[in-house]
Design a protein around this ligand. Structure first.
Ligand code: NAP
Length: 283
């Protein structure tokens, strides 16, 4: 009985463009390793077509979907029910159906925290604030996650007004810093997170001096293309603990898989190796 149900379970990742997404590798790995008969594919949907796609999700045989750029805000708007995390961010990256109603969550928050907990245990108990670079969609999830763990956040972005808007939405504990004042923000910080697209292949490098960071600081670059950015190399050469963006990518996928296929999957070294090999192949 249950295997017949599993056969009908079909999920996808929807975005525009979508060819670059590693989500199918992750979910197909879990389906195979858990012996489940579902499917997971990429679906390219343009912005004007997204609302209709979301409304027709069940009619098209899907039990849910991951949502990526540029649809995360629209996905939030079309949901009948969202988690408190998604409500705080105004963005949804995971859709599922409950009694026919479209529901949404933002699992980037849990994914970011799970990666840090796994790769830099104790990071949230270390003395000092966090410095977050960037104020785009990913920064909103990262700042929300850091405030959830009680970290004070100093936020710097090329466009200061965007950082101010994020800080206002996030509430107490988030202070905007001019990019030019980064050296003083880094002093005493226990965590530095890059959420800008700087350092990503095809984008300029993120060029900042890490010297003011204390020796116990952790440096997390959520950019995972390349796997090791110049920022992470610089942090390693200073002897600092580093966390790449791959862990967040892997961990944010798990809650959706559990909702659609009924089993909580694990982020294993084998899965990480598979995704890292795919990134290396594409560079
Ligand atoms: N590891 C993961 O699971 C994961 C998840 C989500 C995102 N990411 C990565 O995070 C990065 C950001 O994603 P996003 O969705 O937040 O993008 P986004 O909303 O477009 O935000 C981009 C951010 O980068 C900044 N930026 C872009 N070009 C810059 C430049 N030349 N100089 C200084 N700042 C610059 C922008 O500053 P302005 O506001 O001034 O334009 C903004 O803060 C991407 O590389 C993405 O791949 C990783």
């Amino acid at each position: 009985m249950s295997s017949n149900l599993e056969i009908t379970r079909k999920a996808c990742v929807v975005g525009w463009p979508i060819a670059h997404s590693r989500s199918p590798i992750i979910h197909k790995f879990w389906l195979t390793h858990l012996g489940l008969a579902g499917s997971y594919d990429s679906v390219a949907v343009t912005p004007p077509d997204f609302v209709a796609f979301a409304h027709d999700l069940a009619a098209n045989g899907f039990v849910g979907a991951n949502v990526t750029i540029p649809h995360k805000q629209t996905a939030f708007e079309v949901c009948g029910k969202v988690t408190p995390t998604a409500a705080s961010l105004g963005a949804v990256n995971t859709l599922w159906l409950e009694h026919g109603a479209l529901c949404g969550d933002n699992t980037d928050v849990a994914g970011f925290l799970a990666a840090l907990d796994e790769e830099a245990p104790g990071w949230d108990r270390a003395e000092g604030h966090a410095v977050v670079l960037g104020a785009g969609g990913a920064a909103r999830a990262v700042v929300h996650a850091l405030r959830h763990r009680g970290k004070r956040v100093l936020l710097a972005n090329r466009t200061r007004a965007r950082a101010e808007s994020l800080a206002t939405d996030a509430g107490a504990g988030v202070e905007v810093y001019d990019w030019a004042r980064l050296p003083s923000a880094l002093k005493g910080a226990s965590l530095l997170v890059n959420t800008t697209s700087l350092g990503m292949k095809g984008h300029p490098a993120l060029d900042i001096d890490l010297a003011p960071l204390p020796p116990h600081a952790v440096v997390n670059d959520i950019v995972y293309f390349p796997l090791e950015t110049a920022l992470l190399r610089a942090a390693k050469s200073r002897g600092l603990r580093t966390v790449s963006g791959v862990g967040m990518l892997l961990h944010q996928a798990a809650p959706g898989f559990e909702r659609w296929f009924g089993v909580r999957p694990s982020v294993t070294p084998e899965l990480r190796g598979l995704v890292e090999a795919d990134v290396l192949k594409s560079l």
